[in-house]
Structure formats: structure tokens, C-alpha cells
Design a protein around this ligand. Sequence first.
Ligand code: SAM
Length: 224
Amino acid sequence: MTDFRRARENMVEQQIAARGISDDHVLKAMRSVSRERFVDEDMRELAYRDSPLPIGEGQTISQPFVIALMITQSGLRPDERVMEIGTGSGYAAAVIAEIAAYVVTIERHEILAERARQRLASLSYHNIEVITGDGTLGWKAGAPYDVIMAAASGPAVPRTWKEQLAIGGRIIMPVGAEAGYQTLVKVTRETETSYSEDVLDAVRFVPLIGAFAWHGSGISDGTS
Ligand code: SAM
């Protein structure tokens, strides 16, 4: 039987720290969250693989290194408020919530959102709110956010997110083609009206489907 604690420690050392992630908050958060709790029973043995894994609805739990990289690039600090788009399994939201004060995470598939909600409640995360809907619209009720993180890739950074970003806040998002590779982009709100943009690493994400991204076939409730 797999020793998940040991597997998690190896993941942090070999997949994350060894690739140059040295932020103590990020390493501690990655050590704290049990990835095997965010995948189906028959996937648990694979939970600490250096790759995404299927979670249903044609979606994936992201590669641990990419989550660590995005949080590091955002410069997330402990007192900050975060909006994540693309809850998926809820794993990245849990890692972020180990550091941040508050996380709102949005998922367009009701079935994934509900599963994530239940998992996160059973793991006693009280600083995460899971919303079902189109995350490209953002979530005005919780704005402004210090960090906005997209776990799916779109053609450009939605203006709704820029509007909901605090001054000094950062958006981290994969931008580029609907299929294949994209570029991780960091947008910082410098003042009320000005933003700067940095281009970071090459990544590969599932598409962001919504009003301010790619246009998919609508929201699935998992019944069709
Ligand atoms: N962060 C997740 C985790 O840790 O499991 C992985 C997310 S998965 C790579 C991307 C997710 O984005 C999918 O679950 C997909 O349904 C969701 N998604 C795509 N477009 C969306 C949108 N407009 N609003 C909300 N969620 C969206």
C-alpha cells in the first residue's frame, strides 16, 4: 500500500523544490494538502505523479509543479484574497487556502463544483467558497482580489478580472491557443487605470470556456 505521506514529501522535493521553487509558504502548503483526497478512489495510487490526472467531465487536476509555479509567480502573501477560476477537483484551491486569507473558486461544471465543495468541507477548509458559474465574469461580490489565478487558458485576460483586481493585485493566466501550448502571463494592476504585463513560462492547460474566453457548448450539469 502506498505511503502517501512519503509520496507527498518526495513530490515536493523532486518535482517542486528541485525545479527551483523555494518560497517557504508554497513548499509548506504543498506538503500540507493530500492530493490523493482530490482524485477518485481508483486514481489514488497515481496521485503524486508529475502530471495532471482525469477528474471527470473531460477535465483534469493540474500538475502539482504548475500549481506551485503559478502561486509562486503570483507572489501570494498570507493576508491576501484570491479568486481562482477553474475549481476542478478543488486541490489548487486547498493549496492556495493554506497560504491566503480567503479563496473564492469558480467552476462551470456543477458536478465538479459540488464534489469539490464536499471534499473541501470534509477537510475543514473554512476560508474557501466554491461558486458554480462562468468564471470569466469573475465574482463581483468578493472583489477586489489581490490575486486572480486561472486554471484554464483563454485568448486574452478578461477585462472583468482586471476590473475586479485590487491596486497592486496580480492576475496569473495561461494565454494562447485553445489547444496545445500557451504562455503564462502575469498582469499587475499598477494604478486605478494602468496595468503592466509580464510573460512567463510555456504551459499547457484545458480551455477556459465562457463569455470572455472560448465559446463552448454551454454549462454541463453532468447529466448529458
Ligand atoms: N485547479 C483545478 C484542480 O486543482 O483540480 C484544475 C482545474 S482544470 C485544469 C480547469 C477547470 O476549469 C475545469 O474544471 C473546467 O471545467 C474549468 N473551467 C473552464 N472554463 C471555465 C469557466 N469559464 N468558469 C469556471 N470554470 C471553468
